[in-house]
Write a protein that binds this ligand. Structure first.
Ligand code: ATP
Ligand code: MG
Length: 398
């Protein structure tokens, strides 16, 4: 238990959590750390967030703390802002009826045991009692942690029927924890797989994003494949035999790798399905396009390549190719060339003003593009050189 305590106490939000705990305890309330942070600490891992579960109601939490955020008062979820941190403080609850496979129509505030039982997987349903530094385990979660098994709390099929998002969370946690999915849980996921289509795009995106940056991505993808989740969401996809991890990547970067083998219309459908932002969508499309025909990109003149590389998706696609050992020399040269300009490409020496009354229509853009390419290729060193290049250019075309 000492190790768990040390890990939890080393979290930057620990002082805030301790202050919240003391306040609640002083007023006679229970306060436990709950869910992912307890699971991760037991696995010897640093937790993302420290979440608190308590028997104080949201109204009481609002009353006791100076600054709170109402995340979902009717569902018992508040956040307390304290000491630069913003901590989830949720009231022990059990969920009422699930009508739409998404969320309960109401919740009832209840006991720690009931709160553990409404959670998705046993390893996610543990509490850490901050008073006597003990684990509270109502669902044999510690056993499953030891066995490295992902199992639903209670009857698997019912739990997936209640909330279809849990289907994809199953694959995500298998990948994240590198755990096998228990056979009953896997069978229920398979039986229920089609229901994953009712999950909102934003939630699919978040879970897929987490899955694709997990410890064992191939395992998560295999679970998706074996249960039929992949067929339901990405029917075009063939199994990823090898998955190369690029740690520290953004979601769109990992998604671009996942979507790399899609045809164009499947790519667009998947982007729609996952409700990606414009920035994410652009990044993925730009990378995808380059991966389709890297030779075409590499055959462009340097000035055009450098301009294209202002798009994050293009640079990302090149970095991936290079890491795969493809076109290494050419790409390295390009990346170095791009870096020689610092964070941004320089402003063009010439602008539309310089061409006023001298050229018409599309010729203006073509001339400026040519001048800018020559500038980026370092054939034109300053504005003076650019202006004299323009003189001879105009003589040629007029
Ligand atoms: P992570 O490290 O990704 O944050 P986590 O376990 O904290 O993992 P969250 O999605 O942050 O996962 O959820 C926090 C906790 O809330 C979970 O551990 C689980 O107990 C519970 N939970 C979250 N989503 C659901 C759900 N859809 N159904 C049941 N319980 C859930
Ligand atoms: Mg969490």
């Amino acid at each position: 238990m000492d190790q768990v305590r040390t890990i939890l106490q080393s979290h930057p939000h620990w002082p805030a959590v301790e202050a919240i705990y003391h306040k609640l305890a002083q007023e006679g309330y229970k306060a436990f750390l709950a869910g992912g942070c307890v699971r991760d600490a037991l696995l010897g891992l640093k937790a993302n967030d420290l979440d608190i579960a308590t028997n104080a109601t949201p109204d009481k939490i609002e009353e006791l703390f100076e600054k709170t955020i109402n995340v979902g008062k009717s569902f018992g979820v508040m956040r307390v802002v304290l000491g630069g941190a913003d901590i989830e403080v949720a009231t022990f609850r059990n969920d009422g009826n699930y009508k739409d496979g998404r969320r309960p129509d109401h919740v009832e505030f209840s006991t720690p045991e009931e709160d553990a039982k409404r959670r998705d997987f046993t390893v996610n349903a543990l509490f850490y009692d901050m008073q006597n530094h003990q684990i509270l385990d109502f669902v044999h979660g510690q056993e499953d942690l030891k066995k490295q098994v992902l199992r639903t709390v209670g009857e698997a099929k019912k739990r997936f029927q209640e909330d279809h998002l849990r289907l994809l969370r199953g694959a995500r946690f298998a990948a994240q924890l590198d755990f096998a999915v228990e056979s009953g849980t896997l069978a229920a996921m398979t039986e229920m797989a089609a229901a994953v289509k009712t999950v909102s795009g934003e939630r699919l995106r978040d879970e897929m994003g987490k899955l694709l940056k997990s410890k064992n991505v191939p395992l998560g993808l295999r679970v998706m494949q074996d249960t039929g989740l992949q067929r339901e969401l990405f029917p075009w996809k063939t199994p990823d035999v090898n998955w190369t991890a690029y740690p520290g990547c953004e979601i769109w970067q990992n998604l671009s790798l996942f979507l790399r083998s899609a045809g164009h219309s499947d790519l667009e459908k998947s982007i729609e399905l996952l409700r990606l932002s414009t920035k994410e969508r652009r990044g993925i499309e730009d990378a995808w396009e380059l991966w389709q025909k890297p030779g075409d990109f590499l055959a462009l003149r340097l000035g055009l390549q450098l301009q294209q590389m202002q798009k994050p998706g293009k640079t990302w696609a090149l970095e991936v190719l290079m890491k795969e050992g493809l076109f290494e020399e050419a790409i390295l040269r390009l990346l170095n060339e791009a870096r020689s300009f610092g964070d941004e490409l320089p402003k063009p020496f010439l602008t539309g003003e310089d061409l006023k009354g001298k050229l018409q229509g599309p010729a203006i853009g073509q001339c400026l593009q040519e001048a800018y390419c020559l500038q980026l290729e370092k054939s034109l060193k300053d504005r003076k050189q650019a202006l004299s290049w323009l003189d001879s250019f105009l003589k040629k075309v007029n």
